[in-house]
Design a protein around this ligand. Structure first.
Ligand SMILES: [Zn+2]
Length: 303
């Protein structure tokens, strides 16, 4: 009788311990101490697990589609057919809050949220409609007609310019734009100390070409003269109403040929540490990009 009682008590204790362990979510297997750390932290129902799996499968497929369209997608901009979107990967990644790995599932997943917010099909695949939406988004951040009329031009030191032989009459820019540019360079000095050369007090060192000003204020008269001299000079010929008239637009050296829109040149530019840094940081100082020209940045205070 006593023996039976002890056995029953022992069975009861074991079964209580077992159900306690089970209710804590610990594996009801004794003698495996390490499995405690392996238990899943989040309880998922079968259906959420199933939809997450199909979602991540969809983004793996979207990532593969993105990898192949990167250099072949056809989409319109500026009255011309554009080929591929590799040039815009850093800007897209910044806009969607992803790393610039265009062929990753994470990139596709983040893109799908951006597409959803813009009323596009949330496929995670970069298509022509998505590129047009990005172009519209970036263009909306630019000066437009919002440049203040009460501007005050100043002449910056020639040492701030990329071309040390630049015409002394071509060193002008708007006063607050210049101050913001200098603050931005001081910040770049803290982040890009390994990639570019700076002085100990946070200025671009002599001989450093990156991030120097290629071009700033251009008067309508100067622009007209340029057009006359080179009627087929591409971007200059097109720019009858240049944002450079405001003094708020800066062309900044980001590598390659300073201001050439040919795709191979722009592909070089968008891979430089200077450009990548600008994409991530310029807006903190009030500068927004013209996405098509990696060198062209506009100061839009209070955006
Ligand atoms: Zn420009």
């Amino acid at each position: 009788m006593k023996k039976q009682f002890i056995l029953l008590t022992a069975l009861f204790v074991v079964s209580m311990a077992g159900s306690l362990v089970y209710s804590l979510g610990l594996p009801a297997v004794f003698g495996q101490t390490k499995s405690v750390t392996e238990r899943p932290r989040i309880t998922r129902t079968a259906s959420t697990a199933r939809s997450e799996t199909s979602r991540s499968k969809a983004f793996i497929a979207a990532a593969a589609a993105n990898a192949s369209s990167l250099s072949s997608l056809s989409w319109p901009f500026g009255g011309k057919n554009q080929t591929g979107w590799a040039i815009y990967v850093p800007l897209i990644a910044h806009a969607i809050g992803a790393e610039p790995d265009a062929d990753s599932a994470e990139f596709a997943a983040n893109l799908s949220y951006w597409q959803e917010a813009k009323g596009l099909p949330a496929t995670g695949v970069v298509d022509a409609a998505t590129m047009q939406a990005f172009a519209g988004y970036w263009q909306s951040q630019r000066l437009g007609k919002s440049a203040p009329a009460n501007r005050e031009l100043l002449s910056a030191p020639i040492t701030d310019f990329w071309d040390s032989g630049r015409d002394p009459n071509m060193l002008q820019l708007e006063r607050t734009t210049y101050a913001a540019y200098k603050r931005m360079i001081a910040a770049a000095a803290k982040d890009l100390g390994k990639e570019l050369r700076f002085t100990p007090n946070g200025e671009l060192a002599a001989g450093e070409k990156f991030l120097r000003i290629v071009s700033a204020y251009r008067s309508p008269e100067y622009q007209a003269a340029l057009r006359k001299r080179e009627p087929n000079a591409g971007r200059v010929a097109l720019a009858k109403n240049s944002p450079h008239f405001t003094g708020h637009a800066l062309d900044i050296y980001v590598g390659g040929e300073p201001v050439t829109t040919k795709d191979p040149n722009r592909l070089i530019q968008v891979q430089t540490p200077a450009y990548r840094w600008l994409v991530k940081n310029a807006s903190k100082f009030g500068f927004y990009p013209y996405f098509y020209e990696p060198w062209h940045w506009e100061y839009v205070p209070g955006r």
